[in-house]
Design a protein around this ligand. Structure first.
Ligand code: ARG
Length: 459
């Protein structure tokens, strides 16, 4: 396909260089945004009498036809075009003749591409927000169903204190609420129209940037034409929000993988979200969770790639910036895929309360509560801590839990220790008493879930 810029060139672009330079392979996905941007631009040119009413009409009808034909499949993308902008303009001119050549008045591909990417990413941000909300809902529902399911809480992957499974899940729910906030922020800041920045300096034509901004649903036009065509913060911010979200999914995935192992057996994933082994018939592998964990790497990589592309580009547009698309598209695609598989995986995950309870009963996770009990009986905390340590060591020697250790052994340590200690250190008591704001008590988990339900109403 002929180039838009051939005018002053005497020799054709080398074919390898042409391939290298062309972006249609990946920017063709912005066809709809490119056409809508062009329609807003043409309507504005007509309204400002920069082009005639007839030309405006024929451009608008032509563009509508191209969009409809692309959507129906009647028109195929010409992959020899340099980019989506050249393709649409070329096709328009082929369809309507001379009027098509007027479309690019008071515009450059520099502001055009900046508009297209913003329009495209704005939609993707919305999609990610609604998929994250679905995952959040699934996590919250599992948390509510497990508000009383006792399990060990860990630090250093060592059993630490008893918690309920719902509390652990609500920790992930809180992360997801922040993720939604990050995407909302990025989408809001992104929502400014660079259209009319032209190549870099604005234009002498009497254009109306407010009109095009409004027609395309932007909050306002960008305030500086150089910044309008040079800024890729919006893509970087989206990649950054995606990287943080993936970090959360990856941590969650890691726990799900551990919990599904035979060593833990806290949960069982549905067959629909696991795979078998081609050689080991007993295996049920958490491939979806592992892939989400693994794909986090490429999403981090995309963020780093974009930051690096932008760090040395002088103002205004440079071709380096064409590199923004593959990185940010890959990040949004990856995040969307991961969220689509993660939500139903969590929803269909079967919890095994008996195994969680068994794990919670071992590991002396009621030791903190025993020390607290002693403190309430007047023993200074440091002494209580040491005495509890001695009792744990005794239990290890005897092969029993603190709850099974006979009262005589406690009283040998201190006569203030009485029968009521067994109730005090029971796992049930331990979790029910942790009613401090945001603590693990079942009622606190239900409160957190209610807060998330309210949050979801405003997403
Ligand atoms: N394909 C280009 C990009 O993605 C479009 C803008 C081209 N502008 C130019 N001055 N060559 O950045």
């Amino acid at each position: 396909m002929a180039k838009l810029w051939e005018g002053s060139f005497h020799q054709q672009l080398d074919s390898v260089a042409d391939d290298f330079n062309s972006s249609i392979r990946f920017d063709c996905r912005m066809a709809e945004q490119d056409i809508k941007g062009s329609m807003a631009h043409a309507a504005m040119l007509g309204a400002r009498n920069i082009i005639s009413k007839e030309d405006t009409e024929s451009i608008l009808t032509g563009l509508e036809g191209i969009l409809a034909d692309l959507q129906s499949g009647a028109l195929a993308m010409d992959m020899t075009a340099e980019d989506i902008h050249s393709f649409v303009e070329g096709e328009l001119t082929a369809r309507i003749g001379a009027a098509g050549k007027r479309l690019h008045t008071a515009r450059s591909r520099n502001d055009q591409v900046a508009v297209d990417v913003r329009l495209y990413l704005r939609e993707k941000a919305e999609e990610i927000i609604s998929l994250t909300a679905k995952l959040l809902e699934a996590v919250k529902d599992q948390a509510l169903a497990n508000a009383e399911t006792i399990m060990p809480g860990y630090t250093h992957l060592q059993r630490g204190q008893p918690i309920v499974f719902g509390h652990q899940l609500m920790a992930y729910a809180m992360m997801l609420t922040r993720d939604i906030g990050r995407f909302q922020d990025a989408a809001r800041r992104m929502n400014q129209s660079p259209l009319g920045s032209c190549a870099l300096a604005g234009t002498t034509y009497p254009i109306d940037r407010h009109m095009t901004a409004e027609a395309l649903g932007f909050d306002s036009p960008t305030r500086n034409s150089i910044d309008g065509v040079s800024d890729r913060d919006f893509a970087i911010e989206l990649c950054s929000a995606a990287a943080v979200l993936m970090m959360h999914l990856s941590r969650f995935a890691e726990e799900i993988i551990l919990w599904s192992s035979w060593e833990f057996r806290f949960v069982e994933l549905s067959d629909a979200y696991t795979t078998g082994s081609s050689i080991m018939p007993q295996k049920k592998n958490s491939d979806m969770a592992e892939l989400c964990r693994g794909k986090t790497g490429r999403v981090y990589g995309n963020l780093m790639a974009l930051l690096t592309v932008m760090k040395g580009t002088p103002l205004a547009y440079n071709k380096d910036m064409q590199e923004d698309k593959e990185a940010v598209f890959d990040s949004v695609d990856t995040v969307i895929m991961c969220l689509k598989v993660f939500a139903p995986m969590v929803q269909t995950m079967k919890v095994k309360p008996e195994n969680m309870l068994k794990a919670a009963a071992g590991g002396f996770i009621d030791a903190t509560d025993l020390a607290d009990y002693m403190t309430k009986k007047g023993i200074p905390f440091r002494d209580a801590y040491r005495m509890t340590g001695d009792l744990v060591a005794l239990c290890i020697r005897k092969g029993c839990t603190l709850g099974e250790l006979p009262l005589e052994e406690y009283q040998a340590v201190s006569p203030v220790l009485e029968k009521d200690l067994y109730e005090e250190i029971s796992l049930n008591t331990c979790v029910r008493r942790r009613i401090s704001f945001g603590g693990t008590a079942p009622d606190s988990v239900r409160e957190q879930a209610a807060w998330v339900e309210e949050f979801l109403k405003h997403v």
